[in-house]
Write a protein that binds this ligand. Structure first.
Ligand SMILES: Nc1ncnc2c1ncn2[C@@H]1O[C@H](COP(=O)(O)OP(=O)(O)OP(=O)(O)O)[C@@H](O)[C@H]1O
Ligand SMILES: [Mg+2]
Length: 442
């Protein structure tokens, strides 16, 4: 493509950064720690809510096409409503509107909705509503496929539930089992976990799920892959008979049908996906040879207005190699994959989320669920092998109806995959034009 490299430009901190001609990195909103809003018995409580400043950015129909309901329509506990409003949620998103009445009525749900449209809130809010925090028992179990997603989801539970005295515990592999056991001696109402660790704790009789009537499976199709499904089935045996299962994902391949029929045949089904890809995410491909990829990336860094970008590779080795190459080009970047120490993974996740770096090279560890609002560009340095992975990867940009960009490097060997994925998703991935209007993704 042959554009200037941008190498050596002044950047944030000690290292040059990609896209330095753009606005400063948006910082994550941290609600002020000052005194909590006073709880009064009259309608005045709303006046005390500390709402974050409204997000004035354009949002697509993926999240604005609602029936116009309000969170107050569901008769939620006041403490819960306060948490919801303080998260900056003004009105329920389409998936929240569809889920809340059904979940609150106690029915199991199998729900499919696009990436970044608020599925987490759709299952966290009913779990918190039904949680009686005066009882010292686990009442909700949220299963997710990765440790980073567990951390993210538990912070959503804690934030939404912050006026409810809810005790939420994260339990995942890669951390001390002993600490989890000690934690379970204290009060826990909601557990957010990856399947293996929580099954381990249940088998050891330290995690008591006898009164846990609600289980949410986020990224449910991933949790039902051959690696996880037997663990999930074993785990469900620890729950009471009259349990409610809430399954969410943006993708439900037919492979989940067997589980659905055996464990939740009566579930209410929600499918909000008349089309699969996000309206706000523009998708392009660049036809390249393997050896041109790094050069191409360099060109993109110079040309695009990147707020934050996630660059996906298809293997751990390639993640490390690419991160090294990017650093050699003179740009600062982070990388993350499943073969790193958990403490290191946590630090990278935390720092990237807080805007310490614009660029993260990742394996499929970050493909699902990760919600970083300032990511506006996703680059598939290696083109994914299947349409589910493709959809979830590009869905890391364009969160909550915002605009984003998905760019794919496609080699000769990928050409059939590109064609198949376009067909399966009913979408068109355009050849990358010489310039992309920043208004379409910033
Ligand atoms: N009602 C709402 N109003 C405003 N923002 C919301 C609302 N619900 C969720 N959000 C925000 O939208 C973003 C995306 O939500 P979430 O991570 O739950 O999406 P998702 O549907 O689970 O996506 P994915 O399929 O990628 O996991 C989050 O930053 C969340 O805080
Ligand atoms: Mg999610």
């Amino acid at each position: 493509m042959g554009y200037p490299t941008g190498k050596g430009k002044a950047g944030m901190g000690a290292y040059p950064q990609i896209g330095v001609n753009t606005e400063p990195l948006p910082q994550r909103h941290v609600p002020p720690q000052a005194e909590q809003p006073a709880k009064t018995d009259d309608d005045d409580w709303k006046a005390h809510i500390r709402r974050p400043p409204p997000d004035e950015r354009f949002r697509t129909e993926d999240v604005t096409n609602t029936k116009g309901n309000d969170f107050e329509d569901y008769f939620l506990k006041r403490e819960l409503l306060m948490g919801i409003f303080e998260m900056g949620y003004e009105k329920p998103s389409p998936i929240q509107e569809e889920s809340l009445p059904v979940a609150l009525a106690g029915k199991s749900i199998l729900a499919r909705a696009k990436n970044g449209t608020g599925k987490t809130g759709a299952f966290v809010i009913p779990i918190l509503e039904k949680c009686n925090t005066t009882k010292n028992v686990i009442q909700g179990l949220i299963l997710v496929p990765t440790r980073e997603l567990a951390l993210q989801t538990s912070s959503v539970v804690k934030e939404i539930g912050k006026h409810m005295n809810v005790q939420c515990m994260v339990s995942t592999g890669g951390t001390s089992l002993r600490e989890d056991i000690m934690r379970l001696y204290n009060e826990v109402h909601v557990v957010v976990a990856t399947p293996g660790r929580v099954l381990d704790l249940a088998n050891k009789n330290v995690c008591n799920l006898k009164q846990c009537h609600m289980i949410a499976m986020d990224e449910a199709d991933k949790l039902l892959c051959p690696e996880f499904q037997p663990i999930i089935e074993d785990l469900i045996k620890f729950l009471p008979q009259e349990r409610q299962i809430l399954m969410y994902s943006a993708t439900f391949p037919m492979t989940i049908l067997d589980f659905k029929n055996r464990f939740m045949a009566e579930a209410h089904e929600i499918n909000l996906m008349d089309e699969l890809t996000l309206k706000g995410v523009s998708q392009y491909y660049a036809f390249v040879e393997e050896r041109q990829k790094v050069h191409c990336l360099n060109t993109l860094f110079a040309k695009l207005q990147i707020n934050q970008a996630i660059i996906f590779c298809n293997s751990v080795t390639r993640v490390e190699l690419l991160a090294k190459k990017i650093t050699e080009l003179g740009f600062s970047c982070f990388f993350i994959h499943s073969r790193m120490y958990q403490s290191h993974r946590n630090r990278v996740f935390h720092d990237f989320r807080n805007g310490a770096c614009r660029c993260l090279v990742s394996s499929d560890l970050f493909t699902r669920g990760i919600d970083i609002q300032s990511v506006n560009v996703v680059i598939n340095f290696d083109f994914p092998k299947n349409s589910e992975t493709y959809l979830h990867r590009i869905g890391r940009s364009g969160r909550f109806g915002h605009l984003g960009l998905g760019i794919n490097f496609v080699t000769y060997d990928d050409r059939f995959n590109l064609y198949r994925i376009e067909k399966e998703l009913g979408t068109e991935i355009q050849p990358i034009p010489p310039t992309i209007d920043p208004a379409t993704y910033t």
